[in-house]
Ligand binder design. Structure first.
Ligand SMILES: Cc1cc2nc3c(=O)[nH]c(=O)nc-3n(C[C@H](O)[C@H](O)[C@H](O)COP(=O)(O)O)c2cc1C
Length: 194
């Protein structure tokens, strides 16, 4: 069990720090209004074993944020080189004004933060294809002054992990382990038929 847990965290920490890792862009699945399932790719920005948490950044105006605070999410990543699927269950928290959000904002590049400058919320209907950015920002990185209004749209999504389903594909026989994490961050493993 310990080896698999170590592999999970190695892949997640690497995924958060290395844009070439396939774990850098997992699928984040949530349940929307009326139980409607939805899923989208998000960049994994942080992975912390001590708190069993993952960090993502998003636009607080986006539809996914509507019901996310305190809600469950499932995150799925596949690493083809290691033939490992990570199917992660957790509970979401949105941090809009706190120190964590300020630190994440400060550590991001102006170009990366440009997306939070769209004039209308993500998902707003447009008459023609467009980025939604103010015309004077189009095609370039904004200056720090130009970015000031975008801060209100930026939010950190933290997912506290409750379970990881680790699946390793191998010719000799697949292996599957369910790893459950309690509130004291103790992990329990259960082997499953793959
Ligand atoms: C490679 C890739 C990375 C993405 N990263 C993010 C991200 O970090 N945060 C985010 O909110 N959306 C990200 N998106 C866009 C989402 O997949 C999605 O289209 C958008 O957030 C709107 O989702 P919603 O309608 O469920 O709110 C990314 C899309 C791709 C293809």
């Amino acid at each position: 069990m310990t080896d698999a847990l170590d592999t999970c965290w190695r892949l997640l920490v690497r995924g958060a720090g290395d844009r070439r890792s396939p774990v850098h862009t997992p699928v984040v699945a949530t349940t929307g209004p009326h139980g409607r399932p939805d899923a989208r790719i998000m960049v994994l920005r942080g992975a912390d074993r001590a708190t069993a948490s993952l960090r993502f950044h998003t636009d607080v105006r986006s539809p996914k944020c509507r019901d996310l605070d305190g809600a469950p999410a499932c995150i799925n990543a596949y690493h083809p080189g290691e033939a490992v699927q990570l199917r992660i269950s957790g509970v979401c928290r949105l941090d809009h004004d706190g120190d964590r959000a300020d630190a994440a904002w400060a550590a991001s590049t102006p170009f990366g933060l440009r997306t939070y400058l769209t004039e209308a919320a993500p998902g707003t209907a447009l008459a023609a294809p467009a980025s939604g950015l103010p015309a004077n920002i189009e095609g370039r990185a904004p200056t720090p002054d130009e970015l000031v209004p975008a801060r209100a749209n930026f939010v950190v999504l933290m997912v506290t992990i409750t379970r990881i389903d680790w699946l390793h594909l191998a010719q000799a026989g697949h292996r599957r382990l369910q790893l459950c994490c309690d509130e004291a961050r103790n992990w329990q493993g259960q082997w499953l038929v793959p």
